[in-house]
Design a protein around this ligand. Sequence first.
Ligand SMILES: *Cc1c(COP(=O)(O)O)cnc(C)c1O
Length: 391
Amino acid sequence: MKEYIEAANEALVHTYNKLPVVLDKGEGSYLYDTEGKEYLDFSAGIAVSSIGYGNQDFKNALTDQLDHLIHTSNLYHHSQSLEAANGLRKLSGMDRIFFTNSGTEAIEGALKTARKYGFLKDEKKYEFIAMENSFHGRTMGALSVTGTKAYREPFEPLIPGVSFAQYNDIESVKEKITNQTCGIILEPMQGEGGIHPATEEFLKGVRKLCDEKDILLIFDEIQCGMGRCGYPFLWQKYNVKPDILVMAKAIGSGLPVGAFGLTEHVAKNSLVPGDHGTTYGGNPLALRAISATVSIFEKEKLIENAKSMGKYLESKLDELKEEKEVITDRRGVGLMQGIALRTPVGDAVKKAFERGLLLIAAGGNVIRFVPPLTIQKDEIDKMAEILNDIL
Ligand SMILES: *Cc1c(COP(=O)(O)O)cnc(C)c1O
């Protein structure tokens, strides 16, 4: 591995501080490196590999698709669009779906939709309100609504007309609203920012403000959606439905896909042919991955498992918090959990890695737990034991 890593570091742009491992294959909740070492995976490729590794139904579906078509462009219909769209419509409650190749591109499409919706009412209705501490992706539009200065600053000027409100503070959102606001974008649970769930009161308050002023509410459920929190999408826990719902990460189980969903009202009053497009987005192979993921979720009852195992994980982390002075907080819903430490978490993540446990940081001082939704009790116990030792 050492030789490989040295050569790879010379070949790649240095934008990631990768851990020193070369991963090779996976089975269930475990990954294996090229030297055969086993890792219990509580990162799931950053909340992507929800069906676990090596799922046979998934492999069969993709192999079958390779025998048909991989790509056609969006100039033609192909046989995979309807099932994938219907799968996401059913889970998300949205009426129409646009497919993209990544999360950040789905955010771009959502922002463009809101801009077009606003533009049709009044040319000047182009402003967005986003949240401090949020994360929406790395492309210029998504970066413009990402509330972490360090990510934004080197790339300014970004798109104009964005202001940032305090998360979970409805008054601060109210203060930012103008006659030019076209959209409010937020994560129902902030992920990268440190695992901060929204309060029900806040979500309901923002929904009400949007209804009063004809502002579109955009939920970024790229990380907290697709069953991770024990609901198909987190909006359903609070019964606060967005006008635009952004999805990605787990919806394709690792194929690079994203999507945004619109209500019929928004779809009828925004994008028209020529307004938006993508060459790859929604290609047959990618959409087969989405359909297969949706049917595996159903067959293996993964959302139910996320709910029950989420409770169990929560209880184990709460136990640890009682015992360990270094833990200041435990937050999260379902299988999207975090513990805040008094210290930076880099060391803990590295020590866990050495012990064969994959964890990720969120913000500077939070350890994030986003395992596959197939995770079982004994695996949570094993994780908690290692965590107990290293803390
Ligand atoms: C990961 C993530 C994104 C960006 O998705 P990419 O596929 O990395 O472009 C946007 N929003 C949230 C909440 C995310 O977790």
